[in-house]
Structures are given as C-alpha cells and as structure tokens.
Design a binder for this molecule. Structure first.
Ligand SMILES: [Zn+2]
Length: 330
C-alpha cells in the first residue's frame, strides 16, 4: 500500500512506473464504478508527481504542504472540475475556464493538472470543448479524467487518454486496508468490507457517517416489506421514495446488492454473501424465488439504473421496477 490506498495496487505500480521512467502521458482516464476510489487514485498520482519531500520516485510523503493542499483540491496548479451543486451536467463554460487556466505557466509545481471528475456527466459541447486540449496539450499539462467507463464518454475523448480501469476490490484487501489505514477494528472492518461490495469509498462512507449506514438498513427493511406488499403498497412507497432522488439511487444500489446475493445463493455460487447481516432474510426470500426469477430481478435493477442515467422519468421507472419485483407470500 505504497500510496496508502485500499486496493488498486497494480494501478499504483503502473502510474509510479510512468513517474519513475519519465513516461508520463498527457491524459489519463481512470474508469470504474462509483465509490471505488477513482478520484483518490488521481489525487495520489498528482501528489506523487509533485511532492517535494518524496520518499523515492513516485512515493509522496502525504504530509507536506503540497501533498495536503492537493488532497484538499486547493493547490494552485490543480484545477478540478465536477458537476456543480444543483446541476446534473458538467458544462462547457467549466471546461473552457479550466482549459484557459491550464494554458498559464505553473505557479509552484513543474506542471499543471486538470482533474475532471465524473466526466461521463459532461454534456456534448463540454466534451467537445476538451478535444483540442487532448489533441495538442500544452507541454506542462496533465489531464486526468474519471468516468464509470470509457464507453460512457465520446470515443474521440476516451481514445486520446490512457485508460486505467479499476475493478472492485476483494473483501480481504478492503478489510486489511480499513484496519491498517483507518484503524477500524477487525470485526467492523470485516462487516464494512462485505457490505460495501468491493467499493472502499463506500465502506469508508458507512464508517464515517452512521446516517448512511442507517439509511441502508432502513432501505433493506423496506425492501423486505415491499416483497410482501401488494401493488397498492408498492405504489405508495414509490410515491414517497421519489420525493428524494438521492434515496432512489441508494435504494437501487442496496436492493440490487441483495438481489445479487439472492442470485448467487440460488445459483449455488461460491461468491460470499455481501449483505452478511441479512443472511436470514436472504434465505427466507430464496424459499419463494427460483434462479430465473432472481436473474430477472437483477436485470430489472440494471435496467432501472440505466434508464435513470438516461434521464427517464423517475416516478415511472421506480413504479415499474416495484411492480415487477416478485411477491413473497407471508
Ligand atoms: Zn509531500
């Protein structure tokens, strides 16, 4: 864990190699699911390039003023952009302003960095406005984009970046990381590593904000109720839930994780249960659900997720999902 990150050791080594061998690219694209640690990897990479007290090539001290300001996204040579509060998209003006600033000479570091977080949320004109910089980058500039996948960006953008594709982190690695880097006691670390499903940032969010963990528990309780409920109860719950789009996203994540567990169990897979605190519930659902129904349910969540990413009607999508979930007899 040279960069004090949970998992992604191969990516760390790859990027360290670029620093050590002086083969830095002008643009990187770090891809992977939400909460997997894309932004943290990007920041560590920039720290590793800039740290004046580095403990070796590509090893940042993580303590000096440069490292700490980069961590807080407050370094003058780092220009971060992401979706602004109240907006759903990264807009062209944000990218233009970044491109303009990056063309100036660095203040402190030997380079300037553009960090474009969740760039799949950039609209067409915003993505296009980055193309010229990607084609002819100023010599001292490094762009780092993060996105769920390369295919979520325009091909013209993705193909001009070196992709670093992050995968879910194994449970054991997450547990050890939580224990060693965050001093979380073994049992709690093991629990968080399981329920976060390979997403270290989610495990940390659960740990640092008990409300998020509480919401997960409430959502899982409600899921169980909904499976017993008739269509009237399902409509009523859908109506209440869609008033809070953030909760809808959390519902999709937690409920689909339960159905993933159900699918693995009905298919007699060796994959460990993710929601280890819900084993009894999972077993009782399995008594009424066969493999085909579990597969269909997992697909329902995938479909709802992708519909909502493409701005489908929230209420209709949620209602449709709820009505199609299997009914469990009391
Ligand atoms: Zn440092």
């Amino acid at each position: 864990m040279t960069w004090n990150l949970i998992g992604h050791e191969w990516a760390t080594q790859l990027l360290q190699g670029h620093i050590e061998n002086n083969t830095l690219r002008h643009a990187y694209l770090i891809t992977g699911p939400s909460d997997i640690g894309k932004k943290n990897l990007a920041i560590r990479f920039i720290q590793a390039i800039c740290c004046p007290n580095s403990k070796g090539p590509g090893i940042p001290c993580l303590e000096c003023s440069t490292c700490t300001r980069l961590q807080r996204l407050e370094h003058p040579d780092l220009y971060p952009i992401t979706v602004e509060k109240g907006s759903k998209q990264i807009k062209i003006d944000q990218v233009r302003e970044m491109v303009r600033t990056l063309s100036l000479t660095p203040y402190e570091a030997s380079r300037r960095f553009g960090l474009l977080i969740d760039f799949e949320l950039a609209n067409r004109s915003a993505q296009n406005s980055l193309l010229k910089t990607l084609e002819e980058p100023p010599g001292s500039v490094i762009l780092i984009l993060t996105a769920v996948s390369a295919s979520s960006l325009f091909e013209t953008v993705a193909s001009r970046c070196e992709e670093v594709k992050l995968n879910p982190v194994p449970i054991q690695t997450t547990r050890i990381g939580l224990e060693n880097l965050y001093q979380i006691p073994g049992d709690q670390a093991d629990f968080l590593a399981h329920i976060s499903g390979g997403k270290p940032e989610l495990a940390l969010a659960y740990h640092q904000d008990p409300e998020i963990l509480e919401r997960r528990n409430t959502l899982l309780d409600q899921h169980y109720e909904i499976l017993y409920g008739d269509s009237v109860a399902r409509f009523a719950y859908a109506n209440q839930l869609v008033k809070n789009p953030v909760m809808v996203q959390e519902m999709l994540d937690t409920w689909s994780s339960i159905w993933h567990d159900i699918l693995m169990q009905t298919g007699k897979s060796d994959t460990p249960i993710r929601n280890i605190d819900r084993e009894g519930e999972i077993k009782s659902i399995i008594r009424s659900v066969d493999l085909q129904e579990a597969k269909s349910a997992v697909n329902l969540f995938r479909r709802a997720h992708s519909l909502l990413q493409n701005n489908s009607n929230l209420k209709l999508t949620v209602e449709d999902l709820f009505l199609q979930l299997p009914t469990i007899p009391r």
